[in-house]
Write a protein that binds this ligand. Structure first.
Ligand SMILES: Cc1cc2nc3c(=O)[nH]c(=O)nc-3n(C[C@H](O)[C@H](O)[C@H](O)COP(=O)(O)OP(=O)(O)OC[C@H]3O[C@@H](n4cnc5c(N)ncnc54)[C@H](O)[C@@H]3O)c2cc1C
Length: 449
């Protein structure tokens, strides 16, 4: 039989574009693949999977390059990159969109906006819709429209098997339904290479956005007011709060309300009446301007980083808030922070076992952030994140699989809770040889384990 050839745009270490093609958003875990294939169509993806199987080459798949732990990279192997497959086809009659797996959020929002539509997804424009959706997907419309994966109708995926070792399959609620269940929160990289996602869309026009800031002295009062208000207020309002380091001296709450600014001002009263806000702004804008408002340029730029996170199922007691304050008073540098987003609403009305995304009872998603400029600072920053996470663990639950952390020991429970067993069964059905693997990938279910 003729040997399989890689097809698509291929970049190797000898090419001048290799460095740019190799790096991800997190520069602190560098990897040096032997080849990167930028697939242009499904046939290229099929060929890439056949090629790695025939040549027994380690591989990873990649799209938006935002994996915190660079699970989309591997040393001395092939990167199957789908980012140049980013076509979006809108079906205005059915109010759906078929989005190729390489599209990033910026492209998705801009394209759908041309039709006055959107999906609920994340805030940074360079994040890949694929990685985000497969792990759940939270953002500024979560409480109104649910997680990104809750709006998924169907996926197309190249899996191992079939003709010469790779085949294209579909999964939805009626067909390959177990795989579809697993793709709604089970995380990227586990079962096959997704080539397209079909979503139901939501009509959107004007929204209102807000921003309230406080200084360090209002730390406890501002966070406490936000945590008791944000998950319980009007469902059309999703918000975030970032607690910055003492040096940065800023607590900033922001959010998006699908309704008029007059109503948002009313809803905000439990926040704006707390402490002494240094600024308050509320404005009504076309939806796409709200998208740009939350898209922070520094998040999109590659940097030396460490992030981790957790969920809150109930508000923090004063002791936990004080713990955060102490850590932020002794942060490695000014850019360290703790970020939160409100959950509940539509995302909380789905049972934990209805999709693979387990933490439906969470009221808040929490994230710990550190960035630095020189690799000698790495140890100190990582230690700060891990110690902070440990100190807050008596008050938090689980971890979001889209905020992976290689230091989590019991990651199966942390990411998937009671859904882990079923995920392993799905893995056994679709990738029993564990071809798709990385340090925290779902292993196949073997009865004798
Ligand atoms: C700056 C920043 C902002 C973020 N903001 C948000 C946010 O607002 N909301 C939120 O929920 N999350 C957010 N995240 C987390 C984000 O959801 C995850 O990092 C997500 O995995 C990124 O997907 P990606 O395609 O960009 O990354 P990649 O690194 O390309 O891929 C991530 C994972 O998916 C796998 N994968 C890639 N392509 C495919 C494919 N075609 N088929 C199957 N698996 C594939 C990879 O192998 C890897 O395991 C943010 C992350 C960063 C760094």
């Amino acid at each position: 039989m003729e040997k399989i050839k890689l097809t698509g745009r291929i970049v190797t270490p000898d090419d001048s574009e290799y460095e740019q093609a190799r790096i991800n958003n997190n520069l602190s875990i560098p990897k040096f693949p032997s080849k990167i294939v930028f697939c242009q169509n499904t046939e290229d993806v099929l060929n890439a999977l056949r090629w790695v199987r025939e040549n027994r080459t380690p591989f990873r798949m990649r799209s938006g390059r935002h994996s915190y732990e660079n699970f989309s990279l591997v040393n001395d192997g092939l990167i199957i990159d789908v980012s140049e497959m980013d076509e979006i086809i809108i079906n205005g009659k059915e109010i759906t969109a078929k989005i190729e797996a390489g599209a990033n959020l910026g492209h998705v929002y801009n394209k759908l906006w041309e039709y006055g539509m959107t999906i609920p997804a994340g805030t940074e424009s360079s994040v890949g819709v694929i990685g985000l959706t497969l792990g759940g997907g939270i953002g500024m419309l979560t409480r109104l429209f649910g997680l990104t994966c809750d709006n998924l109708i169907e996926i197309e995926m190249v899996r191992a098997g079939g003709h010469r070792g790779a085949e294209l399959i579909k999964a939805n609620k009626n067909h390959n339904s177990d795989l579809f269940w697993a793709c709604c929160g089970g995380g990227g990289g586990n079962f096959g290479i997704v080539t397209s996602l079909t979503f139901k869309l939501h009509r959107i026009s004007k929204v209102s956005v807000f921003s309230v800031t406080w200084g360090w002295d209002d730390f406890e009062a501002a966070f406490n007011a936000w945590q008791n208000w944000a998950p319980n207020t009007d469902e059309r309002l999703t918000s975030q709060i970032e607690l910055k380091s003492k040096e940065a001296n800023q607590i900033i709450a922001q959010g998006e309300f699908v309704g008029p600014s007059s109503k948002l001002k009313e809803l905000l009263r439990p926040l704006t009446t707390i402490g002494s806000p240094t600024s308050v702004s509320v404005k009504e804008v076309p939806y796409i301007e709200a998208v740009r408002f939350f898209d922070v340029p520094s998040g999109n730029r590659p940097a030396l980083r460490k992030k981790s996170g957790s969920f809150l199922e109930k508000p923090f007691p004063p002791k936990a808030i004080l713990t955060m304050k102490q850590f932020l008073a002794n942060a490695p540098n000014e850019n360290s922070g703790i970020w939160h987003q409100s959950l509940g609403g539509a995302a909380g009305r789905i049972a934990p076992n209805e999709t693979a995304f387990y933490y439906r009872d969470a009221i808040i998603a929490q994230e710990y952030l550190a960035t630095w400029n020189d690799s000698v600072e790495e140890r100190q920053n990582i230690r700060w994140i891990e110690e902070l996470k440990r100190a807050l663990s008596p008050y938090t639950t689980g971890d979001y699989v889209n905020f992976p952390d290689r230091y989590i020991k019991d990651w199966p429970t942390a990411y998937y809770g009671d859904n882990f067993k079923r995920l392993r069964e799905v893995k056994m059905e679709y990738d029993s040889f564990n071809l798709f693997n990385f340090p925290q990938s779902i292993p196949p279910f073997k009865k004798w384990f």
